[in-house]
Design a protein around this ligand. Structure first.
Ligand SMILES: *Cc1c(COP(=O)(O)O)cnc(C)c1O
Length: 341
């Protein structure tokens, strides 16, 4: 198979239209068989549920070329399951998990020429999503839905090495107790835009959101979970039912324990104790881990000993191990790589 003539190393993170996407429609109480289509546009009624009341959820994952030339997707079964949880919370009909994984496989196969070559640092980003498609004006769930998956090649997240970022403790809240913080819904992102634009205007890369009930505990950023490393090499991640359960973070915690032999803890993490950690990272599909060098709490700087030049040593090991697994250089735990053949 020939690859597309794309300058993979210099691709950014933007939408590049590819040839095929998957579409399935839910009507009269059931999902249809679903098809691959070349039509990238969606025609919707002006009163579609998604346009009026934001009834939409999404997922994100990547396909890679491994060192030995296979195309793989990382743990798509977990994305399938998480999307079921997201859909249920917004009163949407779940798209069956096994069909989700099958549709991912179809989309990757159909766009195989867009899966970047091994070593380029680029990947094929996959975006499954679903939305209420029929007219809804009185506030209620739609009764027709569309599920789609498109693919778009994205460049290396870090060009020229991962530079630690500076983040600020936000005065905005991301999620309420018993709200929707734990699901992957567009609505959580819509309301985060003002907060991130504000953070950028103030010279910060990202927001650290606190628990909105007490504002004493660390939750996550707008699109990535936190991991911390203690001075005695324990890997700690915040426990909260208002953060989005990142698949990257869950995988890193497993790697810390089972590959690196480190102690791991999922527990409350207080703002108070930030100054005691040795390393901090943001984890998600986009960057795997983005190191944090500094947290600014209303003018007060908390600098991690790992500094502003490079990742801390444990963060680096976690990063190398997970990317090694994803690229087929290190043996993956059973079921972590879905090979597309
Ligand atoms: C998607 C997302 C993450 C990262 O999850 P991954 O499964 O690791 O990509 C973290 N936080 C939020 C709010 C998210 O939407």
């Amino acid at each position: 198979m020939d690859k597309k003539n794309i300058d993979w190393e210099n691709l950014g993170f933007g939408y590049v239209q590819t040839e095929k996407r998957y579409v399935s429609n839910f009507k009269d109480g059931k999902w249809d068989d679903g098809v691959l289509t070349e039509d990238a546009n969606i025609v919707l009624n002006e009163c579609a549920g998604v346009l009026q009341y934001a009834q939409t959820v999404f997922e994100g994952m990547k396909a890679y070329t491994t060192e030995d030339g296979r195309i793989v997707v990382f743990r798509p079964d977990l994305n399938a399951k998480r999307m079921v949880d997201s859909a249920k919370r917004l009163e949407m009909p779940p798209f069956p998990e096994e069909r989700f994984v099958d549709a991912i496989e179809k989309v990757v196969k159909a766009n195989a020429e867009y899966v970047p070559p091994y070593g380029s640092g680029a990947t094929l980003y996959l975006r499954p999503y679903m939305f209420g498609s029929n007219p809804v004006i009185g506030v209620k769930p739609a009764n027709e839905y569309q599920f789609r998956i498109f693919a778009t090649p994205v460049g290396p997240y870090f060009k020229g090495g991962a530079k630690p970022v500076t983040i600020c403790i936000s005065d905005f809240d991301r999620a309420a107790p018993h709200g929707t913080g734990h699901i992957k819904a567009g609505l959580n992102y819509a309301m985060s835009l003002h907060a991130i634009v504000t953070a950028h205007a103030n010279g910060f890369d990202e927001n650290m959101y606190l628990d909105s009930a007490t504002r004493t505990k660390v939750e996550e950023t707008g699109g990535a979970n936190f991991i911390f490393v203690t001075k005695d090499n324990k890997v700690v991640t915040p426990h909260s039912n208002t953060i989005l359960p990142s698949i990257t973070r869950r995988s890193l915690m497993y790697i810390a324990e089972h590959y690196l032999g480190l102690e791991v803890e999922e527990r409350d993490v207080y703002v108070e104790e930030l100054k005691d950690f040795a390393e901090c990272g943001l984890c998600g599909t986009a960057a795997v881990i983005s190191p944090v060098g500094k947290v600014v709490d209303h003018g007060k700087e908390i600098c991690f000993p790992s500094g502003m030049e490079k990742m801390g040593p444990i963060t680096q090991k976690l990063y190398d191990t997970l990317t090694g697994i994803q690229m087929g250089r290190i043996e993956a735990p059973e079921g972590w790589l879905k090979v597309i053949e």
